[in-house]
Design a protein around this ligand. Structure first.
Ligand SMILES: *Cc1c(COP(=O)(O)O)cnc(C)c1O
Length: 385
C-alpha cells in the first residue's frame, strides 16, 4: 500500500540521508565523552562537538561559546525564559510575549505567573503580525525579557524581529526569539537583529529529533542565566549533562545543508506553495490564515467554511499527512490558539488545514494534494448543506 504524501513538515521532517551518514561514526567508533580529556576517544568527540558548535554559531553570526546544546527548542525556550526570570529578579518580574507563541513559550510563562511573575501576552493583528508600537508601549521599568518568535509553526508568519530587537536594545530589555521554524529558512543574524537569546532545533530541518540549542549572548550585554539542569557544569554551567555527540554532529550537518541551498530551496518551496494555494483559493469558503507575504515559503494554512475540521482530516489522512494546527493542539482537539488570536471564529479555527511543504516534496505531490483536498472539501460541504 502506498504511504500518504508527507506535508506536515512543520511538525517534524524526515532526516536527510546525508545527516545520517555524518552521524554514524559517532555511535560505535568515535563514541567518546566530549568531556574526557585524557584519551583519543574524548578528543575525537570534543573535536566533533567543536566543529558543530562553529557551524551553528556561524549560521546566526554568533561565537561558538555562545551556543548551549539542549534537547530541543522546548528545553531551549524553558532555559531562556525561566533562566532569565530567575537571574534578573533584582531588576524586575515582568515578561512580555505574544498570544500566538508556541506552547513551549506560553507554558513556561504561565508557570512563572504561578510563581509571582507578571506576563503580558500581546495580541496580534488579523494577519498574525505583532503591532510593534503596542510592544514598545508594553515595556516597563521592571520588564526583564521580551520573547517573540521568528516564524510561527502554524501559520508561518514572520515577525519583524530586527525591529523588535532594536527596540529591546534601546530600552535595555533582553530579547529572546524562538527560531525553531526559522533557522535554515530565513536569514538570522543575532548581531544585526540585536537578539540576546535564540532557540533552535534540528528536527524541523531534516536533522535528528532530541537535539537543539540556545544562543546566549556573551557581550553587549552579557546575558546571565540560572541553569535549569544542575550537574557536571557542562555548557558553561548553563546546561549540565553529557553531550549527545551524534545528535550534535547531525544537527550541524542539517544546518549546513539548509544554508547551502537556502535561497534556491526557499524559492522552490514558495513556487510549490503558491501552486497549491492557486488551486485551493478558487474554492468557495476557503480562507488563508496569516499574512500573504510575510510568511515561510513552505507554509500554507487555510480555514474552510461549512465543514467539520476533524472530518476533513479523517477524509484526507489515508492519502495526505497534514494536520490542523500544531501537533500538540491536535492531541487536545481544541481550536488552535493561534487561529483564534487572529480573530477566526471557533468554527473556522477548528476547520483548518496546515500544509508544511518540505525538501522532498515534488510538483506531482502538490498537484495530487490539491486534487485530494478539493475533492474532500467538496464532498463535506455538500453533506453540510
Ligand atoms: C517544534 C517547535 C518547538 C519545539 O521544539 P522541540 O525541538 O520539538 O522541542 C518550539 N517552538 C516552535 C516554534 C516549534 O516549531
Amino acid at each position: 500500500m502506498q504511504r500518504p504524501i508527507y506535508l506536515d513538515n512543520h511538525a517534524t521532517t524526515t532526516m536527510d540521508r546525508r545527516v545520517l551518514e555524518a552521524m554514524l561514526p559517532y555511535f560505535c567508533e568515535s563514541f567518546g565523552n566530549a568531556a574526557s580529556t585524557s584519551h583519543l576517544y574524548g578528543w575525537e568527540a570534543e573535536a566533533a562537538v567543536s566543529s558543530a558548535r562553529e557551524v551553528l554559531a556561524t549560521a546566526i553570526a554568533a561565537e561558538p561559546e555562545e551556543i548551549v546544546f539542549t534537547s530541543g527548542a522546548t528545553e531551549a525556550n524553558n532555559l531562556a525564559i525561566k533562566g532569565v526570570a530567575e537571574a534578573y529578579l533584582t531588576k524586575g518580574r515582568h515578561i512580555i510575549t505574544m498570544q500566538t507563541e508556541h506552547n513551549a513559550v506560553l507554558d513556561p510563562c504561565a508557570y512563572l505567573e504561578s510563581m509571582g511573575f507578571e506576563v503580558t501576552y500581546l495580541p496580534v493583528q488579523t494577519n498574525g503580525l505583532i503591532n510593534v508600537t503596542e510592544l514598545e508601549q508594553a515595556i516597563r521599568a521592571d520588564t526583564v525579557l521580551v520573547s517573540v518568535m521568528a516564524a510561527n509553526n502554524e501559520i508561518g508568519v514572520l515577525q519583524p524581529i530586527a525591529q523588535i530587537g532594536q527596540i529591546c536594545h534601546d530600552r535595555n530589555v533582553l530579547f529572546h526569539t524562538d527560531a525553531a521554524q526559522a533557522i535554515g529558512k530565513i536569514q538570522l543574524d543575532v548581531q544585526a537583529m540585536h537578539i540576546d537569546l535564540l532557540s533552535i532545533t534540528a528536527h524541523k530541518i531534516y536533522g535528528p529529533k532530541g537535539i537543539g540549542g540556545l544562543y546566549v549572548r556573551r557581550k553587549n550585554p552579557r546575558v546571565k542565566l540560572a541553569p535549569q539542569l544542575h550537574g557536571g557544569g557542562h555548557e558553561r554551567g548553563m546546561r549540565s549533562g553529557t553531550l549527545y555527540v551524534p545528535q550534535i554532529v547531525g544537527f550541524a550537518k542539517a544546518v549546513a545543508l539548509a544554508l547551502e541551498s537556502q535561497a534556491s530551496e526557499q524559492a522552490r518551496l514558495q513556487e510549490l506553495r503558491d501552486r497549491l494555494w492557486q488551486r485551493l483559493s478558487q474554492l468557495e469558503g476557503v480562507y488563508l490564515n496569516g499574512d500573504a507575504t510575510q510568511r515561510l515559503a513552505g507554509n500554507l494554512n487555510i480555514s474552510v467554511a461549512d465543514v467539520d475540521g476533524q472530518a476533513l482530516i479523517v477524509a484526507l489522512q489515508k492519502n495526505l499527512a497534514i494536520s490542523t494546527g500544531a501537533a500538540c493542539s491536535s492531541v487536545k482537539n481544541e481550536p488552535s490558539h493561534v487561529l483564534t488570536a487572529l480573530g477566526r471564529s471557533k468554527k473556522l479555527a477548528q476547520a483548518s488545514l496546515r500544509f508544511g511543504i518540505g525538501r522532498f516534496n515534488t510538483v506531482a505531490e502538490i498537484d495530487r494534494a490539491a486534487d485530494l483536498t478539493i475533492a474532500a472539501i467538496a464532498s463535506l460541504q455538500k453533506v453540510n448543506c
